[in-house]
Design a protein around this ligand. Structure first.
Ligand SMILES: NC(=O)c1ccc[n+]([C@@H]2O[C@H](COP(=O)([O-])OP(=O)(O)OC[C@H]3O[C@@H](n4cnc5c(N)ncnc54)[C@H](OP(=O)(O)O)[C@@H]3O)[C@@H](O)[C@H]2O)c1
Length: 285
């Protein structure tokens, strides 16, 4: 039984390959893909099958997915090209005759109104249109989106955002990866839609308080209007399009679009999710 993990060079993909191996899947049954296989040479050295796949090149996808039983389709990075990329990957999965496509979608992709969610909604629709057995892994935000910002936050003593009082069910990438590994190695997931998120949702004010508690430094939350946040992000060097997508995501958070109380993540991984305070403490070490 071969399991393909796309985006295996990326942070979520790497953790998913590790989670599959940790769950006892033989390395020879895991196919890790990247546009540049040199980036995943370490997996090849451990016996994982490594193949080149570029979602822009259908031929590379056909070769990469050949003989695959299950496929984890990790959403690609660039928002503009995402839907076309995913359609090509889904077409290749259908041609390869996979028995299951697990897709890393986003919270409430069917009804959330952000730009990001719309790319996931269209991809989910295409999976249904192509009638390939599929399971939606609707991931909320990554905790690492916040912990990666800790040096800056501590320097400035402030978390900035436009999420208002919205609660965010952010979870650690490793927990989402473990959930993906469970779905790929156990039966009964075709047709399911999992709303995956951390057990402890938080507002950005609560995140600032948790950072204060862990660091001993006073950190507060400043809620900015959308154009104010866009200015901060572009001022920090982000391209305007990315800043727009991130501001839009924060506005989605303010409407509760990255909140879930489903418990799906903890149920799938069979343990409580990583508490935000632990992720912050780890990042500060
Ligand atoms: N939930 C969240 O908070 C959140 C935040 C950011 C992103 N995301 C989404 O989750 C995905 C995984 O997150 P991550 O942190 O693992 O991202 P990451 O570390 O940036 O990895 C992205 C992966 O996408 C692959 N990729 C990009 N374009 C591709 C293409 N044209 N063809 C094939 N592969 C392509 C890259 O593979 P190669 O470059 O090796 O080919 C890389 O492995 C992201 O791509 C994005 O869709 C979610």
């Amino acid at each position: 039984m071969s399991i393909v993990v796309t985006g295996a060079s990326g942070q979520l993909g790497r953790l998913t390959v590790e989670a599959l191996l940790a769950r006892g899947v033989p390395a020879a049954d895991v196919i890790a893909t990247s546009r540049d296989i040199a980036r995943i040479k370490d997996f090849a050295d451990r016996g994982v099958v490594v193949r080149r796949a570029d979602f822009v090149e259908p031929d590379s996808l056909a070769a990469a997915f050949e003989g695959a039983d299950k496929l984890l389709l990790i959403s690609t990075t660039t928002v503009d090209e995402r839907v076309a990329n995913h359609r090509r990957a889904i077409d290749a999965a259908v041609t390869a005759g996979v028995s299951l496509v697990a897709y890393t979608s986003m919270s409430h992709a069917d009804r959330a109104t952000t730009v990001l969610a719309s790319t996931h909604r269209v991809t989910e629709e295409y999976l249904r249109e192509r009638a390939v057995p599929s399971v939606m892994l609707r991931n909320s935000w990554y905790l690492e989106n916040y912990t990666a910002q800790l040096p800056l936050v501590l320097r400035n003593g402030v978390v900035v955002g436009s999420a208002g009082q919205g609660r965010i069910s952010a979870a650690a990438r490793a927990d989402y990866a473990d959930a993906a590994a469970v779905v790929l190695t156990t039966e009964g997931h075709a047709g399911e839609v999992y709303e995956l998120g951390g057990d402890e949702a938080f507002t950005l004010a609560e995140l600032a308080a948790a950072i204060s508690a862990a660091s001993g430094k006073q950190v507060t939350y400043t809620d900015l209007p959308a154009d104010g946040l866009a200015q901060v992000l572009t001022g920090a060097g982000l391209p305007a399009e990315l800043a727009h997508v991130l501001v839009d995501a924060d506005l989605g958070m303010s409407r509760g679009e990255l909140f879930t109380a489903s418990g799906d993540l903890r149920r799938l991984i069979g343990r409580p999710t990583t508490p935000p305070a632990d992720a912050i403490a780890d990042a500060l070490r």
